[in-house]
Design a protein around this ligand. Structure first.
Ligand code: FAD
Length: 404
């Protein structure tokens, strides 16, 4: 097979690149090659099946990565996204914290619309093509699949994603495909994932969910705090607030790192004192009834070394101080993260200084472009990562088309 532009990887970045290449120049032949039996598998899993498509507050500084590199793609997306989604027939709606979802409220509506748009524009989708090798040719590139099939192209866009997720096409293809050309990579880590902690400290809390403030410390130094949802799991703590912290902590894990939890159902640090004077004769195990999850309260009382049957009025000052410390800054040593299978994104990737920010073309191999998660750009939860995938895919697609 021969084409003008070949895009390897049919995720968010690849789909956006293929559509935008055609939008930029209808006369060019565009092929989107995907390893899996269908394109966009990861997209279907996003936003719990709702697809948090972008964030209205996205700005380069919100991302882990070089802000100067990120800015041109985000600027381009800001100028172009309304037309892009309008033409694709995907109306959007704004929710809390700048999160934008499709009005259809379903990821598959987004994927169906993009695939239809691709077809209407005349781009070719080919699945089951796992690109194993790339070769430079006189006029461009030859992509060879693991089955030995070949596609010749004049321009090549790589959008093979990263290692995060499970059964969603995640892999390290970007390293295998880019390193023979001399590209290099910053270290990669699973991010936007949960933290593993000592299971004994959180036993029986699986499924307990609440608002709170989580702070991250490494070597005793405060790194970051996040407010939001905290969710206890069998082997650790999750929830959006915790996942946001994992973006920063991933490279530090696990040496001397701990989380400090402030449980938000408590009005303030005096809640214990107030309750002790209001409900003097209550046993401690019932002191937080109506305010804190029962199992969580019991857990903290036990961790403070206090008998749950002890009455509130019998608490010594030392015991009250100990319990209050747990309620307001419960320290959980971090023993690891959820790993790639539980991560939403990969931190790190292809070094961005080896690509031109204005076009996403390789500075080492002219004619080769990169987009999406494989580049060393990672956003927090809230639509930032898909926004980067659309933005970089659209920019690379357009620039590759304009170069022909
Ligand atoms: C469970 C989950 C939920 C998420 N929810 C959100 C969310 O709501 N909002 C948000 O902003 N982000 C979310 N993310 C992150 C977001 O999905 C990714 O950052 C984004 O999809 C990356 O797009 P991409 O095109 O770079 O890579 P991908 O979407 O991973 O696509 C890469 C594609 O390339 C294919 N491929 C890989 N190697 C080859 C090869 N050698 N040859 C051919 N094809 C290949 C893969 O099969 C895959 O289809 C979520 C991630 C996960 C795992």
């Amino acid at each position: 097979m021969q084409t003008d532009i070949l895009i390897v990887g049919g995720g968010a970045g690849g789909l956006a690149a293929a559509i935008n290449a055609k939008r930029a120049s209808a006369r060019l032949n565009v092929v989107l090659a995907e390893a899996q039996p269908r394109t966009g598998k990861k997209l279907l899993a996003t936003g719990n099946g709702r697809c948090n498509i972008m964030n209205a507050e996205a700005a380069p500084e919100r991302y882990a990565g070089d802000a100067h590199f990120i800015a041109p793609a985000l600027d381009y997306y800001k100028a172009e996204h309304e037309a892009f989604w309008h033409e694709a027939g995907v109306p959007l709606m704004l929710e809390d914290e700048g999160r934008v979802y499709p009005r259809a409220n379903q990821s598959n509506a987004v994927l169906d619309a993009l695939r239809l748009r691709l077809r209407e524009l005349g781009a070719l989708e080919t699945t089951g093509f796992e690109c194993a090798r790339l070769q430079k040719t006189k006029v461009g590139f030859k992509a060879v699949s693991s089955a030995g099939d070949e596609i010749l192209c004049r321009r090549l866009i790589l959008a093979t994603g990263g290692c995060a997720g499970k059964g969603l096409g995640e892999n390290e293809s970007f390293i295998k495909l880019l390193s023979p050309f001399g590209h290099t990579f910053s270290p990669t880590y699973p991010a936007l994932t949960y933290f593993k902690t000592d299971r004994r400290l959180i036993s029986g809390l699986k499924g307990v969910r609440m608002k709170g403030e989580v702070s991250l410390y490494n070597g005793g130094v405060h790194l970051q705090s996040e407010k939001g949802e905290i969710l206890f799991r069998d082997e650790g703590v999750s929830g959006i607030a915790v996942m946001q912290l994992s973006l920063k902590a991933a490279p530090l894990i696990v040496r001397d790192t701990h989380l400090s939890l402030m449980l938000r159902p408590l009005e303030d640090a005096n809640e214990l004192g107030r309750r002790m004077s209001l409900y003097k004769s209550r046993p401690l195990r019932e002191l937080f009834t109506g305010c804190l999850n029962r199992m969580l309260a019991l857990n903290l009382i036990k961790l403070a070394g206090i008998a749950p049957e002890k009455k509130a009025c019998e608490l010594s000052q030392a015991e009250a101080l100990k319990l209050n410390a747990l309620l307001t800054s419960w320290q959980l040593p971090v023993t690891g993260t959820g790993g790639y299978s539980e991560a939403q994104v990969m931190l790190g990737g292809a070094r961005t200084n080896e690509f031109c920010a204005e076009s996403l073309e390789s500075r080492i191999v002219p004619g080769l472009y990169a987009a999406g998660e494989m580049l060393d750009v990672t956003g927090p939860c809230g639509g930032y990562n898909l926004e980067w995938a659309w933005a970089s895919g659209m920019l690379a697609g357009r620039k590759a088309a304009e170069s022909l």
